[in-house]
Design a protein around this ligand. Structure first.
Ligand code: G6P
Length: 368
């Protein structure tokens, strides 16, 4: 992973294409055949993981979205109550900390002022332990946390975070699996998560092949001023991340909604000038999502759907639906991130913005 853009026009595009390798590097040495190697967290990690009864996750920006996905995994698979909050709010409110709570901070840089302040606040007491999930080994966040889980995305230069996000998701799914394993719960699920994690680099390489179709799709955003992103379940935070990417680098106003909330307000905005991007994998929520999308179609909204290749897209035109490989539900949020990153990149190219250094933003916000 060199610091040179190589054949790529921008760092962001290079970093998008580095994701299969970055995930491989993050997983190296962390997986056994049908279990995770918890020793990477320290000698008595399994026993300490077994004591955790609550989890608080604190982060900013894209890293916060990784935390939101993790809540679905941790509560859904392990049954540990998990709350997720942006660091700038967390640090200034009174937080109730139940006994045996683990604080997780997530940060690409490990130097974000608000996230660091949250960790320092938590270190004063009340928590069982603190864990930093971070991409920079020597950062303040990693030095000050009790436990650390490093993502090995390599240096990320583009201000809009891409490979740092997907490797954070990988670290969080690994952690979910470690928690499940430590409480001798569903060992078949442990083995299934390990198998799914191993498949990710190859699946992401396949998703990257969608680039020509996404390039064509991006042209349709040239004159748009607003976009809605919809998802349900763990794909709702993926829709949030898609909207954030589009805002950051193309300057198009974008908002994400949990698709079931559409009828409670944003549906009023939908007309032919409003592209609606939906993340529609073949999970248990697909039928619900489809009826949400029907509401958009009926109002003349321009629908763009990222869906599973195995599902019949009744009534949808092929140029509006992009197909992704069918995958285990648990890793689907990681996979669906890829086309949304590429969409924002190509829309930014159409708009002619400074992709790697968007106006007003910094890679790492080290002051409040
Ligand atoms: C800045 C960056 C974002 C990033 C956020 C949190 O706003 O522009 O891309 O997600 O900081 O950064 P961190 O390094 O803590 O993940």
């Amino acid at each position: 992973l060199s610091l040179d853009k190589g054949e790529y026009r921008h760092y962001m595009l290079k970093e998008i294409f580095e994701q299969p390798g970055a995930i491989n590097d993050t997983l190296a040495g962390t997986l056994g055949t049908d279990h995770v190697l918890t020793a990477i967290l320290g000698p008595d990690a399994e026993a300490r993981l077994g004591n955790i009864e609550h989890i608080h996750i604190v982060a900013c920006g894209t890293s916060y979205h990784a935390g939101l996905v993790a809540r679905y995994w941790i509560e859904g698979q392990v049954g540990i109550p998990c709350q997720v909050e942006v660091a700038s709010e967390y640090r200034y409110r009174t937080v109730a900390v139940p006994a045996n709570t683990l604080l997780i901070t997530i940060s690409q840089s490990g130097e974000t002022a608000d996230t660091l302040a949250a960790l320092r606040f938590a270190a004063k007491g009340g928590y069982l332990a603190t864990l930093a999930i971070c991409n920079v080994a020597g950062s303040s966040l990693v030095r000050e946390a009790d436990w650390r889980l490093l993502t090995h995305a390599g240096p990320e230069i583009g201000v809009a975070s891409t490979k740092a996000f997907t490797t954070q998701l990988v670290a969080l799914l690994w952690l979910t699996t470690a928690l499940l394993q430590s409480r001798s719960g569903n060992q078949a699920q442990v083995a299934a998560n390990v198998a799914a994690l191993r498949q990710l680099p190859e699946l992401i390489s396949r998703a990257l092949e969608l680039e020509p179709q996404i390039t064509r799709l991006a042209e349709r955003f040239a004159n748009k001023h607003h976009t809605l992103f919809l998802g349900r379940g763990p794909h709702y935070p993926i829709a949030m991340e898609g909207a954030l990417k589009l805002k950051e680098i193309s300057y198009i106003h974008a908002e994400a909604y949990a698709a079931g909330e559409l009828k409670h307000g944003p549906l009023a905005l939908v007309d032919e000038n409003m592209p609606v991007v939906s993340v529609a994998p073949s999970d248990s929520l697909l039928e619900k999502l489809r009826s949400n999308l029907e509401e958009v179609r009926a109002r003349g909204g321009e629908l763009i759907t990222f869906a599973c290749e195995s599902i019949d897209q009744e009534g949808a035109s092929p140029q509006d639906t992009l197909s992704l490989p069918e995958v285990a539900d648990v890793i689907s949020p990681v996979l669906y991130t890829i086309p949304l990153q590429m969409l924002s990149y190509h829309v930014a190219l159409v708009k002619g913005t400074d992709v790697d250094k968007p106006r007003n933003l910094a890679k790492s916000v080290t002051v409040e």
